[in-house]
Ligand binder design. Structure first.
Ligand code: ZN
Length: 289
């Protein structure tokens, strides 16, 4: 079972969730919220990631929490790729217990620990990975509603669609394709792996194999190694095929057809679900705890 240990200290605490240790340091003891809320926030984010992966992304990560600045929770960043990892995040004066409860930023940063650093131009794969998995992991833990996840994808993915003319995502680099185009890549990959293995494998099997091969956020890999390692684990060349379609050249994605297949029904009052859709079972499996 998951084990949580809180080590009390004035400006530092340690969270352990299974084999995942987060060494947090606070830049100030003058927090905008009770300290126990901050500790629970870090523990919950760690648990989101470990629960989804079924393992620790890395053994240990330093987490530098900068107290102050402006706003609430923000300026999250994972530093990696040079043999080490670290996460930095800002806790502004507007932080409330409620904003810690619903925060996505720290979970997003922790998902960056579960994929190696890729060469320049492949940030869309790294950001898309964290953008897709963060809400999925929170839904699986009951920290976010299923409809909110799909609504976020319905609203977000159009911002990442490739232009019909012009470069693929490797040469784009703008915000929409980086975050939402990348999220679309990993969603399509997850769906296709499940479809082509009749539900026996999913994206997590690919990630597990990549982590087994040492491909966490501390390491630098090529895209070729990433997709080959992931595809070998699932037994279907989904990552390679999808990368070849989206990376070097633009790929049109028919989102309306995707939502129809998955049984995601956009509407004025928010998304609803059609469990009679051909791939409704895949949609439900993505968020099953
Ligand atoms: Zn990110």
């Amino acid at each position: 079972m998951l084990v949580l240990a809180l080590v009390a200290a004035l400006d530092a605490f340690t969270i352990r969730v299974e084999g995942f240790t987060v060494d947090a340091t606070l830049s100030s003891a003058e927090l905008p919220v009770p300290r126990t809320n901050v500790e629970a926030w870090v523990e919950s984010a760690a648990r989101n990631v470990v629960r989804y992966l079924g393992r620790a992304p890395v053994g240990r990560v330093p987490l530098r929490i900068r107290v102050g600045g402006r706003g609430a929770i923000g300026s999250g960043r994972m530093f990696g790729g040079e043999g080490d990892v670290a996460i930095r995040i800002n806790l502004g004066p507007a932080t409330t217990p409620a904003s810690l409860e619903t925060d996505w930023v720290l979970t997003h940063e922790m998902f960056h620990l579960a994929l190696p650093d890729l060469p320049e131009g492949r940030e869309w794969m790294e950001e898309g990975f964290a953008t897709y998995l963060e809400p999925v992991a929170r839904v699986r833990r009951g920290r976010m509603a299923e409809a909110e996840l799909w609504q976020g994808l319905v609203d977000g993915l159009p911002k990442g669609l490739a232009k019909a003319e012009g470069p693929g995502f490797d040469a784009d680099g703008s915000w929409g394709p980086t975050y939402w185009g990348g999220a679309g890549f990993w969603l399509l990959a997850d769906v296709a792996i499940r479809e082509r293995t009749a539900g026996r494998k999913s994206l997590v099997d690919a990630v597990d194999a990549i982590l087994d091969a040492g491909g966490n956020g501390a390491e630098q890999w090529t895209v070729e190694r990433l997709v080959a390692t992931g595809d070998k684990a699932t037994g279907v060349p989904v990552l390679r095929e999808l990368y070849e379609k989206m990376g070097p050249r633009p790929m049109r994605i028919d989102l309306a057809a995707l939502w129809k297949r998955l049984g995601v029904v956009p509407g004025p009052g928010g998304v609803t679900f059609d469990d009679g859709a051909p791939q409704a079972a895949i949609r439900r499996a993505i968020t099953r705890p």
